[in-house]
Design a protein around this ligand. Structure first.
Ligand code: NIG
Ligand code: FE
Length: 404
């Protein structure tokens, strides 16, 4: 009981620790010591006399989960791509739009033109939507700047979001997202610029926690990405990859070779890639919102991921082109209805496994003594409710690093 400051009792605790479904403790209690969890277990195992200084909250049976983690977003951008939504519904594909100079390139034009403070207020309002639904940690990527100054501008905006909202932000440099117009037809030269200029600048300013790339016919080849990853690792940065979203480029195997934190999308991954992810303990991040928004039909091979025991995370992919859907909870539901995940897999995908996808496995993602005290109290009684509906189960209270 030493150092206990707060006790939450009469809770249905979905601790998300390994060992039993949801890490569920039906009549549970959670003790905090400052910004960390100090104790969690069945209420009947609590010591009988608590020091008076401990603030006690009775949540009357309500569900308590770890703070949610959205481990893949591109929420810093300017402009809108609603016309592409119209185009796609009139029969043009995402890939065709990109090849015709729309898609990512159009967001790059708008984002380059935007000032840092405008970009910040746009991004803050999107991040606030996630915070309101219980998200306490997010990853935010650059990737709409595609030159040194604009990529750094995006990363600075991402970092400031973590100072203005009760949110832990992990930033990812995604300079290898698309070939910028000034390098048209010279992808290799752009990759050289990413490796020699953009990456070292982001690392020197401490603006990036990880490095990502888009491995795709409309993105970069595995050979080009290998150069980016090699440079990232020389600079001490973790890597992750947009892999197998529209086609199988063997991106998952590449990511695994570099011991990537995660390989994301994976609709087109095959057995070889899955086996490689399993061996590297790389997290498979599934993005059902993007799959749904692009009206894709090839689902990621969930059963294969299960059989090979690849940790599965779910994220919003919040971005202007393939997923302008500012809700992680929506993705829990879509993960189940579209990909066949169970509600338990969905919840672990936005808690324990999402923490691993961000390199935060030891600090966040479960309710366990020693970890940061990020938690959500819900108007629900059972953790399956989080995925089993949309828009009705909401946070009653959110605690981030011990503060609400
Ligand atoms: O995760 N696939 C690449 N990147 C984003 C979409 C970017 C965009 O269309 O603006 C994604 O889907
Ligand atoms: Fe993405």
């Amino acid at each position: 009981m030493q150092g206990w400051t707060r006790l939450i009792r009469n809770a249905t605790v979905a601790s998300c620790v390994d060992g039993k479904p949801y890490g569920l403790i039906p009549k549970g209690a959670i003790a905090l010591a400052g910004n960390r969890f100090a104790w969690v277990g069945p209420a009947k195992e609590l010591p009988s006399a608590l020091p008076k200084s401990v603030a006690v909250t009775d949540v009357r049976g309500a569900l308590v989960t770890p703070g949610l983690i959205d481990c893949h977003t591109h929420l810093v951008w300017a402009g809108s791509r609603y016309r592409e939504f119209e185009q796609r519904l009139n029969g043009t594909s995402y890939e065709e739009i990109a090849r015709a100079g729309g898609g990512i390139a159009s967001t790059v034009t708008a984002t380059r033109a935007a000032g840092e403070s405008d970009l910040l207020s746009l991004a803050l309002s999107r991040a606030a939507r996630l915070v309101a639904e219980g998200v306490t940690t997010i990853e935010i990527k650059s990737g709409y700047g595609l030159d040194r100054d604009n990529e750094l501008k995006m990363l600075r905006v991402a970092r400031s979001i973590g100072k203005r909202l009760p949110l832990t932000v992990r930033t990812t440099l995604l300079a290898a997202h698309a070939v910028p117009p000034e390098f048209k037809g010279r992808a290799d030269d752009y990759i050289k610029c990413v490796c020699d200029e953009i990456l070292p600048a982001a690392a020197a300013e401490g603006l990036a926690d990880a490095v990502d790339a888009f491995c795709e016919r409309i993105g970069f080849t595995p050979a080009q990405i290998e150069r980016v990853f090699t440079r990232a690792q020389e600079l001490g940065l973790a890597v992750k990859l947009h892999a197998e979203q529209l086609s199988n480029q063997r991106g998952a195997a590449l990511a695994a070779r570099f011991k990537a934190l995660s390989a994301d999308h994976l609709e087109h991954v095959e057995k070889e890639g899955v086996v490689a992810l399993a061996a590297a303990r790389t997290v498979a991040v599934l993005l059902p919102g993007a799959y749904s928004y692009l009206r894709e039909t090839k689902r990621p091979p969930v059963e294969l991921l299960r059989v090979h025991r690849v940790p599965i995370a779910i994220a919003s992919d919040l971005n202007p082109g393939s997923a302008p859907l500012a809700s992680l909870l929506l993705n829990l539901n879509l993960g189940c209805t579209l990909f066949g995940l169970t509600p338990e897999e969905a919840l672990l995908g936005v808690t324990r496994h999402a923490a691993r996808a961000l390199g935060l496995r030891k600090e966040r993602g479960t309710i366990e003594p020693g970890k940061f005290a990020d938690l959500v109290i819900w108007n629900a009684e059972h953790p399956a409710e989080l995925a089993a509906q949309f828009g009705m189960v909401r946070p009653v209270a959110i605690v981030r690093e011990g503060a609400s």
